[in-house]
Design a protein around this ligand. Structure first.
Ligand code: ADE
Length: 256
């Protein structure tokens, strides 16, 4: 899959993409990311990317011509047409489902917004506008990086263990169960920790009983989702056992 990212901070995007799972996928060629410096597409001597808003008001607006120039270059650059995405707080919310849908496309162009906004006419060449959450970032670069990461890890061969992607939180609409690694017992540290019991891994995980472990994990995942994100449960895909666990947990909560 190919990504094109248009930004006024190419160094920021490049650095972030060089590490971890995404960095390795780019190195191996599973993922192709081209970063385009918006300033390279300016049309004036001073390489200006922004200007004051018509009608007045604070802040600066990203000019349309450099964005159009970048999109023209992206279109010329390969035979595969890109789906053009603008990152902005006005966009539709980015979800795991959106990541899955985008991962089936051959090429995405991500336009990073900045300052107070982007000239509205840029939207004439945008297929989708995406927000990564109901808060305002100072620019779209972090949003674009979030989208690349979430989409890339769904592509075959990017994450080593395919099952870990299938089991991920949100792939079925449930939060993850708790995970532990060695040691099995850990002395509590920090203020007032002298009298505290050691922190132990739940016995069931040390039992070697796989059926019990599977049931415990299901119960924990459903319990966590009920406690922290009950809004997810209406759309979650639960098997019979999980549905039964949910009924029990809800009944327990409703007990006087
Ligand atoms: N740019 C600024 N804030 C943003 C957000 N929440 N999502 C996507 N792009 C943004």
């Amino acid at each position: 899959m190919r990504f094109d990212i248009v930004t006024i901070f190419p160094a920021m995007v490049e650095q972030a993409l060089g590490i971890g799972v995404v960095g390795r996928a780019i190195e191996r060629g599973t993922l192709d990311v081209t970063i385009h410096d918006l300033r390279a597409f300016t049309i004036d001597r001073h390489r200006v990317v922004d200007d004051v808003p018509y009608g007045g008001g604070p802040g600066m607006v990203l000019k349309p011509e450099p964005m159009f120039g970048a999109l023209d270059a992206i279109a010329r650059d390969s035979g595969v047409a890109a789906t053009v995405i603008l990152t902005s707080p006005q966009g539709t919310p980015f979800t795991q489902e959106a990541a899955q849908r985008l991962s089936r496309l051959p090429r995405l162009a991500l336009l990073c917004g900045r300052y107070e906004g982007v000239d509205e006419r840029v939207r004439a060449r945008v297929d989708e506008e995406i927000s990564i959450g109901d808060y305002v970032l100072s620019g779209g670069e972090l949003a674009a990086l979030v989208i690349v990461d979430a989409v890339a890890r769904l592509l075959p061969g990017v994450v080593g263990d395919e099952q870990s992607v299938v089991d991920d939180s949100f792939s079925r609409g449930l939060l993850d169960f708790p995970q532990y690694t060695r040691p099995a017992e850990l002395a509590m540290r920090g203020p007032g920790s002298g009298e505290r019991e050691p922190l132990k891994v739940p016995d069931v995980l040390l039992s070697g009983n796989h059926a019990d472990i599977r049931r415990w994990r299901k119960r924990e995942a459903v319990a966590r989702t009920l406690a922290q994100r009950p809004d997810l449960l209406s759309a979650a895909i639960l098997d019979e056992e999980e549905q039964q666990i949910l009924r029990e947990l809800v009944a327990e909560r409703e007990k006087p």
